[in-house]
Design a protein around this ligand. Structure first.
Ligand SMILES: CC(C)(COP(=O)(O)OP(=O)(O)OC[C@H]1O[C@@H](n2cnc3c(N)ncnc32)[C@H](O)[C@@H]1OP(=O)(O)O)[C@@H](O)C(=O)NCCC(=O)NCCS
Length: 299
């Protein structure tokens, strides 16, 4: 079969999420001032500002590690972003503050348990990565019907969390399903997390995963495993930051977009191995779930 025959099919579903060729943004610095910039990779640029490695001189001298995103706007291309950046820089402080306040209100996240009716949004997000990236080895697009079923099945045993912005965009989701089907594996889950390409590096993944891991811990699962295709330095760094440890790499495990890719195996101990282990609580009560989701609002 030709390489073309192996590629993921084009789909309108996958086009529902934006390609993000360029951005303008405002950063809130430690002293309260707002810095305007542009970038073609918002997550990487934010990290550069925070670490000082390649960030702007202004943010370096204004409490770099404390800078946080205060406004972000997608532009058609670099030239549009440069024009918009110049316009942002000319705005008065109060106009910049108004933009930041409106953006903060629109971007406020709510993390909740998914329902099958979220399937259209979830599959659109996932299919974006099927079509545009190697974070998943999947070639063919998933369908809304598959995800309706998937969400319902996951919820029988584990959380399926979604994070929505106040203006109704799905910012990300995280879920867990059985690691293997044999009974001896009943205390193990595989975890998954995907954030929309326009919110990467802004804390959505941490919010979702912190809540997911705490819910799984309360259910009595012992181990969470994650499979991370390589290279995916962002997901590697994310899982490490959340407490996972890499314990193995399968070399040249998958082939996608014309290259061989490795698969990293990561583990996180949810509960120490009790002997004998208590049965997993397949369902937590509503009040306990609410408590965890509220606690994970601030991370
Ligand atoms: C991986 C992913 C879920 C992380 O979510 P996120 O919202 O972008 O990450 P967060 O902003 O919550 O970051 C949490 C921590 O992870 C680490 N991290 C995240 N992105 C990083 C990066 N690009 N470089 C280094 N560290 C990074 C940091 O320690 C960060 O904490 P900090 O911001 O306090 O320093 C998200 O980037 C994503 O969906 N990527 C594409 C799909 C994917 O790869 N999914 C995982 C499949 S295994």
């Amino acid at each position: 079969m030709s390489a073309e025959g192996f590629g993921p099919a084009a789909s309108l579903a996958a086009d529902r999420l934006p390609h993000t060729p360029a951005w303008v943004y405002l950063l809130r610095c430690a002293d309260g001032s707002l810095y305007a910039g542009w970038t073609n990779d918002l997550a990487r640029r934010l990290r550069a500002h925070r670490t000082g490695a390649g960030g702007a001189r202004y943010t370096k001298s204004h409490g770099k590690s404390a800078v946080r995103l205060a406004y972000a706007e997608v532009c058609a291309d670099k030239s549009a972003a440069l024009k918009r950046e110049a316009a942002l820089k000319k705005l008065s402080k109060s106009d910049k503050e108004a933009l930041a306040a409106d953006w903060a209100a629109r971007s406020r996240l709510t993390v909740r348990m998914a329902t099958p009716d979220d399937a259209a949004d979830v599959v659109a997000l996932y299919n974006w990565y099927v079509t545009h990236g190697t974070q998943t080895f999947q070639y063919e697009l998933s369908t809304e019907a598959e995800y309706r079923q998937n969400i319902a099945e996951v919820l029988e045993k584990a959380p399926f969390l979604v994070a929505y912005t106040a203006d109704g965009r799905l910012a990300g989701y995280a879920c867990a399903h059985p690691w293997h089907t044999r009974r001896a594996f009943a205390w193990d889950v595989e975890t998954t997390v995907y954030c929309a390409p326009d919110v990467l590096g802004q804390g959505t993944g941490r919010r979702l995963y912190t809540a997911l891991l705490e819910l799984l811990r309360r259910q009595g699962y012992h181990n969470a495993f994650a499979l991370i295709t390589r290279p995916n330095p962002q997901s590697d760094a994310f899982h490490k930051a959340l407490g996972f440890t890499r314990y193995g790499v399968e070399k040249n495990s998958g082939y996608k977009f014309g290259r061989w890719l490795d698969l990293g195996y990561w583990a996180y101990e949810l509960n120490p191995p009790a002997d004998p282990p208590a049965p997993v609580r397949l369902q937590l009560d509503e009040a306990e779930i609410e408590l965890v989701l509220q606690d994970c609002t601030v991370v």
